[in-house]
Ligand binder design. Structure first.
Ligand code: NDP
Ligand SMILES: O=CCS(=O)(=O)O
Length: 252
């Protein structure tokens, strides 16, 4: 099987690290994101090693997603691994203080965007059959509530359940589906979440040992390269130095 990974949100964090990890193993790459310069940098860094196709793509735009997939050059059209990674959290304030526009952006990106890309690529993945994978970036926030997670955590709960439900319907096609659910990981995620607050980013990760983008890329690569008869349904990954908190109680 010609191995082709289609990675959304390849311009930063987990997506970029996946591009490097899969290139190292000789996979052809379809890389997308909204930041064109970053895609160009990635292409320049990787195209000596493997075939690379880049496309500026906002996953929220279903027509653009469909058109981009339909316009894939023949060499890249037979995608065998979809890494649905594009996503974001915004506004870590209590739900009631968050603008509706921020709720919408998270839902449109993490839910609609992931659905748009999955819908566009499902026929291809089914056609490729056994050994293909859909790897969705969920989060520990998808099943562990915490203050300020609000719509973000809820979108990741969608990712988990959608992944499981897809598994049910894809039974018999050979297409695998995994919800990779990381915990604390140092990427641009917190900068985006806090509107570019470098102090908040530094404070969150200092004095502990978060996961790195490369740690998660390694797990994703592992999932994608398991023997074709194995499906990891969910991979819940935290740094050793992270765990759960006790229940919060409101007292008089
Ligand atoms: N870091 C963490 O602690 C964790 C992150 N996750 C999830 O992992 C995924 C990757 O996050 P991470 O690497 O940490 O964060 P980064 O902010 O470093 O990367 C996010 C990526 O998503 C892309 N993206 C965001 N919005 C869109 C959009 N509308 N269309 C296309 N691409 C988009 C960005 O590209 P561009 O801006 O160029 O479009 C960027 O490449 C997300 O789904 C996140 O929710 C899950 C658990 C933990
Ligand atoms: O999804 C991101 C991890 S966390 O910030 O919710 O712990």
């Amino acid at each position: 099987m010609n191995r082709i990974a289609f990675i959304t949100g390849a311009t930063s964090g987990f997506g970029r690290a996946c591009a490097h990890r899969f290139a190292e193993a000789g996979w052809s790459l379809v890389l997308s994101g909204r930041r064109e310069e970053r895609l160009a940098e990635l292409r320049e860094a990787l195209e000596d090693k493997v075939p690379v196709h880049t496309a500026v793509l906002d996953v929220r735009d279903d027509a653009a997603v469909k058109a981009m997939v339909e316009a894939l050059p023949d060499e890249f059209a037979g995608v065998t691994c979809l890494i649905n990674n594009a996503g974001l959290a915004l506004a870590p304030q209590p739900t009631q203080q968050v603008d509706l526009a921020d709720w919408h952006t998270m839902i449109d990106t993490n839910v609609r965007g992931l659905a748009n890309v999955t819908h566009a690529l499902l026929p291809t993945l089914i056609e490729q059959g056994a050994g293909t994978s859909i790897i969705n970036l969920g989060s520990v926030a998808g099943d562990t509530p915490y203050p300020g997670s609000h719509v973000y955590g809820a979108t990741k709960a969608f990712v988990k359940q959608f992944s499981y439900n897809l598994r049910c319907d894809l039974l018999g096609t050979g297409v695998r589906v995994t919800d990779v659910a990381p915990g604390l990981s140092e990427t641009e995620f917190t900068l985006v979440r806090t509107g570019g607050n470098q102090d908040a980013h530094d404070a969150l990760y200092q004095g502990t040992t978060p996961l790195s983008a490369e740690d998660i890329a390694e797990q994703i690569f592992y999932v994608a390269t398991l023997p074709a008869h194995i499906n990891i349904n969910r991979m819940d990954v935290m740094p050793v130095r992270q765990a759960w908190a006790p229940f919060a109680i409101d007292r008089d």
